[in-house]
Design a protein around this ligand. Sequence first.
Ligand code: C2O
Ligand code: CU
Ligand code: CU
Length: 417
Amino acid sequence: VGPDGVKRFDLALQAGQTEFMAGKPVPTWGVNGSYLGPTLRVRRGDQVAMAVFNRLSEASTLHWHGMRLPAAMDGGPHQMIAPGAIWRPQWKVDQPVGTTWYHPHPHEKTALHVYRGLAGMIQIEDGPTGLPDRYGVDDIPIILQDKLIDSDGTVSEHFGGTFGMLGEQIVVNGTYDPFLEVTSTRVRLRILNGSNARKYNLVFADQRKYSVVANDGGLLPQPVLTDQVSITPGERIEIVVEFQPGESVVLRSASGSDDIDDGDFDLLKIVAAARLDSSAAVPDRLPARPPIEAVAGARVRKFTLSGASKINGREMDMTRIDEVIPAGAREVWEIENIVYAHNLHIHEVAFRVLDIDGQAPPAWMQGPKDTVFVPGKTTVRLAVEFGTHTDPVTPYMYHCHILRHEDKGMMGQFVIV
Ligand code: C2O
Ligand code: CU
Ligand code: CU
């Protein structure tokens, strides 16, 4: 924080090496390091100033996924950073407590740049929540990714097939065979699916229940106790888990039937210390933002997802504005998926999932979000709250966050006027 009160972050996109298999370092990219980047912690009301220095040999961008900010600061495909250049976006943080993230967004190359390791978490604070919040102690960032390792130990960068990269080696925060030692009775896990395509169905090996406290865009009004939640690429979920002294449990992903969640995987082994600090109980109510309602007479926009690359029959065109949205609009977006698994992420907004094929979503999915799974042959309706940063020429994106689909053109552009 400078004397002017501005919170400054220096971020360098750079090359390095990382091991995803013992004794086999491979070339990777990272932000201020060799793989992934620092967790950025900001408070609502902060003025932030980023300096993003591209030390790579090719152009990229850095997009603030989930942040509410002006389109020119968004870091999408129109804000390319040439090798050797520095990009300096600034904005005022004005959104509820929650977990967002950053990753590159170069047109047709997002899959490769994210897979190589350019990503990190952003945590927004906004007053007390009653939830565990000691970073790295009882408030743990968990970035889930999968790698495809060739038989010679190198990491495959083949993004072919219907969904692109679906790896069998899970890494958490860039670490293979990860484990976490916890020292208190309740721990908050802020889980980000930073994978290219894989969906994770999160369960504990002993089927224990846990409290879901937040979705992508912030807190749920009250914790939801469950034993399984799912996240697809780009989504975040925050859970609070209880531990007994000395026990050891495994967070797993259970195989499902959604094209992108095949196979059972151990994600993270968690070992509780022999003596645990006792944590406060999870509050019955959380200081959540008011739910996003579908207002009477709201404009309804329909989007049809087809094949691996089309929204409403068209592929992304950097020179075409697909939708023009009035500042502060509340709309209903109806996403009809006529093929296999996709999801939809909308930049800049917060939305609530109204229904999935006419049925209410599970309680743990009813908080504010910016990315939603749209299973094959399913229609999802969203109540969307748009922001108020107007710019008639610089667009925001909406797209499938299965990165091969985004790169192939399953993306559109909107401006807020
Ligand atoms: Cu996570 Cu358009 O991005
Ligand atoms: Cu985004
Ligand atoms: Cu898709």
